[in-house]
Write a new protein. Structure first.
Length: 294
């Protein structure tokens, strides 16, 4: 039986409080939405729209989340990922799946294999107290083949995009909001993207927190994303959910990375929990920044 507890490691400065004292913010409407994406809490703040004006936008966002979950969910039997894992092959993969596969390949190469979505059999074995050694033999990103026609896995393989999909969904929702002409937006789909500024004209403010809730770093975002991963984020029956593909070391500590896209920040923060010195990895992604590590 899987034993886990999911924790969040970013806190968002509320619009009430500090902003309430600003004459500008008092006159500027702010629409808010909350829901779920890939099983995690999700939220948005849109500066310049009230809840009534934003209702159509929020409905479109909810539809987009459902569309993306139908691609990346491990728990929807008909999702693209579930069908790929079940059959070992997926014909006519979506553009979104190909985008995540492509970024996963870049991250796998840059991190010396630490970022590896083919870790899913090992994750499942540890979660269910299954055959860990047999699961390790199934891991190998080099066995995953993909192009616009199909995706093919090695025999017995399965993928998980839990270390990148929430970031990708965050990016897609932010892009959809830009299409509506919205420039001052905070999107939290498990990872956070801040577009423009808050109602008072200052950057969006976030705090990186420990598992006990202590804020250890304060970060400002403007047209930038941040993701935080921690070994204690989801606890399996046999330890951390962040697993080394070769079983060489356990994940440790907490890592927070900012980047121009939430998908990149998400993937890097996951992989760096399995690495010591991050400088060589980050040098390959010039727009990424290590915001905090402990």
């Amino acid at each position: 039986m899987t034993v886990f507890s999911r924790r969040r490691f970013l806190t968002i400065a509320a619009a009430s409080g500090a902003l309430a004292a600003s004459p500008l913010s008092a006159a500027t409407p702010m629409a808010r939405w909350s829901g779920r994406a890939l099983g995690a809490g999700a939220s948005m703040q849109l500066v310049g729209l009230d809840d009534t004006a934003a209702s159509a936008v929020f409905a479109e966002v909810e539809a987009e989340i459902l569309r993306l979950e139908a691609i990346f969910s491990l728990y929807q039997p008909a999702s693209e990922l579930s069908r790929l894992n079940r059959d070992g092959v997926l014909e006519a993969p979506s553009f979104d799946l190909l985008q995540v596969l492509s970024l996963s390949t870049r991250l796998h190469a840059a991190t010396g294999g630490r970022f590896d979505p083919s870790i899913q059999p090992l994750w499942h074995a540890k979660a269910t107290r299954g055959d860990v050694e047999a699961a390790k033999a199934l891991i190998g990103w080099d066995q995953v083949q993909y192009d616009s026609a199909r995706v093919t896995l090695g025999k017995g393989q399965a993928l998980t995009f839990n270390g990148i999909a929430q970031g990708y969904i965050t990016d897609k929702i932010a892009a959809r909001l830009r299409e509506h002409g919205l420039r001052d937006v905070l999107v939290d789909m498990g990872e956070v993207m801040g577009l423009g500024t808050r109602a008072d004209g200052t950057p969006w403010k976030l705090g990186v927190t420990t598992p006990t809730g202590e804020i250890v770093q304060r970060v400002q975002l403007s047209d930038r994303a941040i993701a935080t991963s921690a070994a204690e984020g989801t606890v399996l029956a046999e330890g951390s959910h962040i697993l080394h593909p070769a079983g060489q070391m356990s994940a440790h500590g907490l890592v927070s990375v900012s980047a121009s896209t939430a998908a990149l920040a998400d993937g890097l923060s996951t992989a760096l929990c399995l690495m010591g010195d991050a400088s060589e990895v980050l040098a390959q992604f010039p727009d990424a920044k290590l915001e905090f590590r402990a």
